[in-house]
Design a protein around this ligand. Structure first.
Ligand code: PBG
Length: 341
């Protein structure tokens, strides 16, 4: 039915008409808010490359989550920034570590809040890699160490169990080791946490968008002799879409309950590919670099921050994400609930 019979503009005439035929809705329920927890008391360190984001001590974190809750944020994901690091990341499974303490405090103050925890070693290792380093099998002098997959798995499982024991509602492994979902599932089940779901960072790409996060989490690889300078030997090549599906399928076979694509906007094609292939919830992580770009342009007065933020999140939903991890969760939730009133 061509023009002049068909005129799509007929359905765009008024806001109520547009709302009536709108295909995708963004709600505060769809947003998970990443928070960084540090040791100490009354600490609220601004992260320079992420305006509006802070490293928070447990007391401040609870206050922040409360203000998020009032704005409509119903889920958070915690990242630990420990004061002590070692070669094997042993702080990751410390039951008195900042993440475990933060989970307990949040569940007490806000029992209805969904508390997820990031399960990874990069914040806890002194070299900043997501697993344990060891010499490569064919290692000669001058060769880089490698992140040893199988030695890392039991530590990740132990970390996930420590988080579950503290009361985490979801554990989210972001390390990209092969077999970690199975190892974590087994660890959780053996410890009696068969009801704790795994949100797997299934398709996590080794790109340049994580820079500001590594400032916030103090988790960048530490340059030194033999230490690999990037994460390309475990995170995915940004060029690969089919491989993302393979990662998703493997994680589901190992017991993942939800899968994530990360970053979000430059990878919306992957979000759509995954959405069309699987029937589990799909998450997308609008990462630190994506957030920082919007903030920077807004601070320069070049874009309208509120409108660009809401449009970006809506488009990630339209691409197929059921929920979105975003540093803008509180601001967006506030805008969304304001818009409804
Ligand atoms: C830890 C982890 C990273 C992010 C989430 N979990 C960083 C990394 O892989 O270096 C990035 C989040 C962001 O950039 O916002 N493995």
């Amino acid at each position: 039915m061509p023009f002049p019979l068909d005129r799509p503009r007929r359905m765009r005439r008024t806001e109520a008409l547009r709302a009536l035929v709108r295909e995708t809705v963004l709600s505060p329920d769809d947003l998970m808010w990443p928070l960084f927890v540090v040791p100490g008391h009354k600490i609220r360190n601004p992260v320079k490359s992420m305006p509006g984001v802070f490293q928070l001590s447990v007391d401040e974190l609870v206050a922040e989550a409360q203000s998020g809750w009032e704005a409509g944020v119903r889920s958070v994901i915690l990242f630990g920034v420990p004061s002590k690091k070692d070669a094997v990341g042993s702080g990751a499974y410390d039951e008195e570590g900042e993440v475990a303490r933060a989970v307990r405090a949040l569940k007490k103050a806000l029992p209805g809040l969904v508390v997820a925890t990031d399960v990874c070693l990069c914040e806890y290792t002194d070299h900043g890699h997501c697993g344990i380093l060891k010499p490569p099998r064919a290692g000669g002098p001058g060769q880089d160490l490698t992140v040893d997959n199988d030695l890392t798995l039991p530590i990740l499982a132990r970390e996930a169990v420590a988080h579950a024991r503290a009361g985490a509602d979801i554990v989210a492994p972001s390390d990209m080791m092969d077999g970690r979902v199975a190892a974590i599932r087994k660890g959780l089940d053996e410890a009696g946490f068969d009801e704790v779901p795994i949100l797997s960072y299934a398709a996590k790409f080794a790109g340049a968008f994580y820079g500001p996060f590594r400032d916030a989490a103090e988790s960048a690889p530490v340059l030194g002799p033999g230490v690999p300078k990037d994460r390309k030997a475990y995170q995915m090549d940004p060029a690969n879409g089919r491989e993302a599906l393979r990662e998703v399928e493997l994680d589901l076979a190992e017991g993942a309950d939800m899968v994530m694509v990360k970053p979000a906007v430059p990878y919306l094609d992957i979000v759509r590919l995954v959405r069309d292939r699987v029937n589990v919830p799909v998450a997308a992580y609008h990462v630190s670099g994506e957030y920082a770009m919007i903030k920077a342009a807004a601070m320069a007065g070049w874009i309208d921050e509120e409108r660009v933020t809401l449009e970006t999140l809506l488009c990630i939903r339209r691409a197929g994400a059921d929920f979105i991890l975003t540093y803008a969760a509180k601001d967006a939730a506030r805008l969304l609930s304001g818009a409804r009133r």
